[in-house]
Design a protein around this ligand. Sequence first.
Ligand code: NAI
Ligand code: MG
Length: 326
Amino acid sequence: MSEERIAVVPGDGIGQEVVPVAVDVLDAVGDFEFVHADAGDAVKAETGEALPEETFETVANADATVFGAAGDTAADVVLPLREAVDSFANVRPARAHPGANALKPETDLVFVRENTEGVYSGIEDEITEGVSTLTRVVTDRASRDIAEFGFDYAAENGYDDVTVAHKANVMRETDGRFLENVRAVADARDAEFDEALMDALAMHLVQRPENYGVVICPNLAGDVLSDLAAGLVGGLGLLPSANVGHANGLFEPVHGSAPDIAGDGIANPSATVLSAAMLLEHLGYDREAASVRDAVEGVLADGPRTPDLGGGASTEAVATAILDEL
Ligand code: NAI
Ligand code: MG
């Protein structure tokens, strides 16, 4: 293995406890150079800035980044870091794991969310007293990129069902454009997919998650529907995510800094270790990624388990068990 450079940004709260576990796991399966950097509330208290320029540069210049979480400064840290890696796709798998008490054990969903535009364009104004507007931006380029990525992901990861969430019946111009681009991409590669109105889809995902696989979404829909799916598989301690750029990537658990348990040594490291598995896959280490995922699944099935999953084990005990499985 060549020595790729991985930026490590634990951030605040339990980020400090779970990111080191992911680093140990990466170290166990590969030959990486780790560059440590920091960001978040604690850094802001010390330096006045939540995201020091040096951290931004470290992340921008690394081959990939493992990020933990930030506290109150999350938006000031996460959004620029996603930009630092030029991330156009946010990938959020919501998979039920045996032993993890999922509400819907048959759930195996992957949300592929457009990560740069839509209603998160940041173009908001108060146009007159008491009236505010937001500009929803949808471009051919970003819509095509996310569609290409979604169909590739489905093909490479063995998902037969691809669904595109939209509301083009109402937002004819913007979601119309999004949908047209998905259709064109699917046509060009002769791929099949379903089109689903996002509100009805929310209901169907709860009732029959097993009917769905990869779900390609505009930005806001992906944010909301993936959190809904998180609720189906049992908890934030389990959900990884990837912010994928054309060359770079930022890998982080979906959860935040969990101030209620920070410092207690009981945070579930699974979400962050599964994020590290996504990092490995992104760098082309599919075999290593699969072994990391198997190790986490083995520990989820047989224990030890942290308190969020009904167990009594520490972060360290779970980390040791994952490394032993590896
Ligand atoms: P949170 O995800 O930090 O915690 C929600 C609940 O889930 C808490 O009860 C927590 O103990 C539990 N939990 C989360 N991760 C866990 C894990 N790995 N193991 C065991 N239990 C876990 O969300 P919350 O409480 O809404 O936000 C706390 C802080 O985190 C806020 O300051 C918020 O701004 C920040 N945040 C940062 C994010 C980021 O950096 N990407 C994302 C979400 C929140
Ligand atoms: Mg969200």
